[in-house]
Ligand binder design. Sequence first.
Ligand code: HPA
Length: 262
Amino acid sequence: MKKAIIGGSGLYYPDMLAKVRDLEVETRFGKVQMLVGEHKGEEIVFIPRHGRDHRFPPHLINYRANMLALKKLGVELVLATGAVGSLNRNMVPGDCVVPHQFIDFTKSRPMTFFEGGPGGVVHMDFTEPYCPEIRKAILETGRAVGVTTHDGGVYVCTEGPRFETPAEIRMYATLGGDLVGMTGVPEVVLARELGICYGTVTMVTNFAAGISPQTLTHQEVLDVLEQNNDKLREIILKVLVSLPSTRACACAQGAPDLSGLL
Ligand code: HPA
């Protein structure tokens, strides 16, 4: 099974892989610059979500091109990383959380491959948005490497690129949110539309606005990621190795006809 990593903030180059080379893939949504490396004899594709130099803000990432490029390469499993703010006092900076649900508060992003054109009109089930097999592997691996790893969390995706107001954070918490981030949606949605297994390991970098005693900065987010860099990379590699080579989940079931898209 071909696997890919989508690296979020702080993870721009797959130095944990061997024999890394550049690769460019053309899609109907544009070109994607990615990297391919090896780990234990397995080829692994890597996309830095924000670009190698953190060029793309969350709302301008070409999510559709990224996911379609992976599909074109035959990728069946994506392990993504993402920095998050915490709304939940039990989830503290430096912890990993393996979300099980999301709430979408994005505003301007193309959300689907199915816009009535070449792909037709499709309504997918999102009862279980994240691959249960990947979730289980992240949870076991995170705990095995000694990182506090929470089983489940409701990820609220905001449009960004600004951080939230305390009033927004209070609202998200009232609605059941545990985490807030800017990039998890529509990536998870597009993966499912393509029948790709998708799981995400989120790292809490800060308490969200109004919960944190201080104002928020992107530097603070990067600093916490930097401090936990080695652990995060270790978790990613171990998760990829530990995942079974055949799929026991239902992520690819009910995948729509993609012949018009690829
Ligand atoms: N809000 C949104 N996205 C984030 C945050 C936050 O507080 N921290 C890291 N990514």
